[in-house]
Design a protein around this ligand. Structure first.
Ligand code: 4AD
Ligand code: MG
Length: 430
């Protein structure tokens, strides 16, 4: 008998097939048992009728508990009333393992409770849908960059130095010295861009963030393109094209998952390049006009970003932040060195910064000065300085936080549901 995945039952209407999966839910009305079976690819109702299958199979069916694993045989029927449009008329059931009492019932639970059972929570339709959308987002980013002839270059995770400031570094013993978990692959991508032109890395990054917010993880995934011979404008163009492509692809390919997470897709549909661009100066004016007390020279908090983003329908770039509040490698604007050629992309609907990036310092003297001003150990950055000694060119890049993008695209309240096993200030289990 042919074994099929639930996602493919439509191709087998009228045939007797074998499904393998788990019991998501069960109810019975005397002579009928209704099972909702899930197999990872989908959910389907299977109906077992007493007298129509061997008694021993009917009894086995009766003994199934939530999340027991089983093999079901049956005939696929198209049925408009069935969720998903198909149903299985059971011809035989073989339990594989009868599950113990399952901690997650189908009624509502608090998020902290569910996070303790994250390894099981992933089995529910909503969590599975989020992971599928995450997969689509990652696939779309890879396809987009590969199509534009970027080369994937892997950055190291154990590093000798900081990229994004020393206050959020995780350190670990490295034999007789200390290593830091990478905050960003950027510095290595700058080296790779000088070797290969257009490159990107895609990997986990780590920040010892002491703040408990809806937007911060201590371990998150970032895609970081870097391009030689590209300035700030070229950098923003790539970002808006990439983000628009990703949104349109998810809307196209993941309709049912978006419905499962109850995403109102109205505002996503209109996302097309170009995105509006405002300077940091203009952003400060917008905040003040909207009654937010904000002084030039400070960094935006989550609330400020939300006010700014609310002025626009699509994501918005804020460019030319004060040089003093950005990372050491940011190139100052030659017209006005107190601001730098940086830009953040703020997502609509209160999701805040999803991309940070900019043009890098290409002048060796200035870079050396900045490393000193930022109190960074020069020896650890000697290799990075070399990139300015041997054929320095203008270059730019950015980092998109995958989980921030997933939260926005799925319309989630909190970043913790965007990653299979979130790492937060107060959570490293399971
Ligand atoms: O703005 P960030 O710190 O920029 C960099 O790391 C640059 N070196 C990237 C580059 O130019 N190659 O981080 C980039 C993005 C943010 O916009 C945000 O989406 C995400 O990474 N991010 C976080 N996501 C979840 N939790 C955190 N703690 C995050 N910190 C940054
Ligand atoms: Mg940033």
């Amino acid at each position: 008998m042919q074994r099929v995945d639930i996602s493919h039952v439509a191709e087998h209407v009228g045939e007797e097939v074998e499904l393998r999966g788990w019991v998501y839910n069960k109810r019975s009305s005397g002579s009928l048992i209704f099972l909702i079976v899930r197999d990872g690819t989908g959910f389907i109702q299977a109906v077992a009728a007493k007298g129509e299958i061997p008694d021993e199979d009917f009894e086995a069916c009766d003994g199934l508990t939530q999340e027991s694993s089983l093999v079901v045989r049956g005939t696929i029927k198209a049925d408009k009333r069935a969720p998903g449009g198909y149903e299985v008329a059971v011809t035989g059931v073989r339990p594989l393992h009868i599950a113990e009492e399952y901690p997650i019932s189908l009624k509502k639970h608090g998020t902290d409770f569910l996070m303790d059972w994250r390894h099981l929570w992933l089995r529910t339709p909503r969590q599975a849908a989020i992971l599928r959308i995450r997969h689509e987002i990652i696939g779309a980013i890879r396809d987009f960059l590969d199509e534009q002839e970027f080369i994937l270059v892997d950055a190291p995770i154990l590093t000798p130095s900081a990229c994004e400031g020393t206050t959020t570094l995780f350190s670990t013993d490295y034999f007789d010295s200390t290593a830091y978990l990478s905050q960003s692959g950027q510095l290595y991508m700058e080296a790779a861009a000088m070797a290969l032109g257009k490159v990107y890395c895609f990997g986990p990054t780590f920040r010892a963030e002491k703040s408990k917010t809806r937007r911060h993880l201590t371990e998150f995934w970032m895609v970081e393109p870097e391009m030689a011979w590209v300035d700030l404008d070229g950098n923003l163009k790539l970002q808006e094209d990439m983000v628009s492509y990703v949104i349109q692809r998810v809307l196209e390919e993941r309709k049912s998952e978006l419905a499962t997470v109850e995403r109102d897709t109205g505002r996503l549909r209109n996302i097309k390049p170009p995105f509006p661009r405002i300077s940091y100066d203009e952003a400060v004016e917008i905040l003040n006009k909207n009654g937010v007390e904000f002084e030039w020279g400070n960094d935006f908090g989550g609330g400020d970003e939300t006010v700014l983003a609310e002025q626009f329908d699509s994501p918005v770039f804020v460019h030319r932040y004060p040089t003093a509040i950005k990372a050491f490698y940011m190139k100052p604007d030659p017209q006005r060195p107190e601001v730098c050629l940086s830009a953040d992309l703020l997502a609509p609907e209160g999701y805040g910064e999803i991309i940070g990036g900019g043009q890098r310092i290409d002048d060796p003297e200035l870079l050396r000065l900045r490393i000193r001003e930022h109190d960074l150990p020069e020896e650890a950055y000697a290799w990075y300085m070399d990139l300015r000694k041997f054929g320095s060119v203008p270059h730019s890049g950015f980092g998109l936080g995958i989980e921030r993008a997933v939260a926005w695209i799925c319309g989630l309240d909190h970043i913790r549901e965007t990653i299979p096993f979130p790492r937060l200030l107060n959570r490293i289990y399971p």
